[in-house]
Design a protein around this ligand. Structure first.
Ligand code: SAM
Length: 272
């Protein structure tokens, strides 16, 4: 492997105790630290008693700064990448540098730790065998609803990040598009004002609107339950399969099996 190593180091999402021994050791050992916001990271590093050359690495200058970091790595220096909170590259800058480093054969090593999505999911009580991480939805209402509509048939638990000034509006859209599904909203995980809202989206929305809206939020929503698929959606799929050349019987069989619906009921409805 040529050059130095690039460490992708997860840092706390609030509580400073949520940093691993290994993360501290690596941050102390590297030659330089690339940070999303150097002023923000200085607080963490000084709390840990770490003084290192810092390279500013934020989304706007990701391409240009990747080159600076790569030059250090090529010269044999080791660099740790950290973001403002949690795991770099997860709704945070990092992917450009990581991709380039991999292309150059530089060793990229994860130093695992907190991520808000996983923390929220772990206490959601929603199915976690499979889940889909969406991160931030578009900020404009029309585009946001459109994206939600694309996700409406997703069967896996969905995980979103949202800014405080949009959390109520976003939850209203979720209720309108997904119906009253089970969900979780978590605010300020691991911080003083940590708050957890669980239950059907309608109840969460009521509680949210009467709560203090501030800080950071993660939202997890149950995926579409197969049984809850409406007969209309199933009929649309049957029509689509028939257009592709499937016979009615075969199309009904496939859709009924996929959604756990009654074949006879669907067949009769498809004739209406
Ligand atoms: N890289 C981070 C991670 O691994 O979780 C995510 C960074 S992203 C720019 C910031 C978003 O993550 C926030 O807007 C919020 O949705 C979520 N987030 C980060 N810290 C959080 C916390 N302590 N509580 C709730 N949500 C948090």
């Amino acid at each position: 492997m040529p050059g130095g190593r690039l460490y992708i180091v997860a840092t706390p999402i609030g509580n400073l105790e949520d940093i691993t021994y290994r993360a501290v050791r690596i941050l102390k050992a590297v030659d330089a630290i690339a940070a999303e916001d150097t002023r923000h990271s200085l607080k963490l590093l000084s709390a840990l008693g770490i003084q290192k050359p810092l390279i500013s690495y934020w989304s706007e200058n990701e391409k240009a700064r990747s080159e600076d970091v790569l030059n250090s790595l090529r010269a044999g220096f080791s660099v740790a990448l950290i973001s403002d909170a949690g795991t770099p590259g997860i709704s945070d800058p990092g992917s450009v540098l990581i991709k380039k480093a991999i292309e150059e054969g530089i060793e990229v090593i994860p130093i695992p730790g907190p991520s808000a999505a996983i923390a929220a999911l772990s206490v959601s009580g929603l199915p976690t065998e499979e889940f889909t991480f969406i991160g931030f939805l578009p900020s404009k209402s029309g585009q946001r609803r459109k994206r939600m509509e694309q996700l409406a048939l997703e069967e896996r638990t969905l995980v979103f990040y949202e800014a405080p000034h949009r959390i109520v509006e976003m939850s209203e859209d979720l209720l309108a598009v997904f119906g009253d599904r089970q969900a979780l909203v978590m605010r300020e995980i691991s911080k003083l004002h940590e708050q957890t809202f669980r239950g059907p989206l309608s109840r969460i929305l009521e509680e949210l609107t009467s709560s203090t809206i501030a800080g950071e939020y993660v939202v997890a929503v149950a995926g579409m339950m197969k049984e809850s698929v409406s007969v209309d959606v199933a009929l649309q799929e049957i029509r689509a399969l028939m257009k592709k050349g499937f016979g009615r019987k075969e199309a009904v069989k496939r859709v009924a099996e996929s959604y756990g619906l009654s074949k006879k009921e669907l067949y009769d409805k498809s004739l209406e």
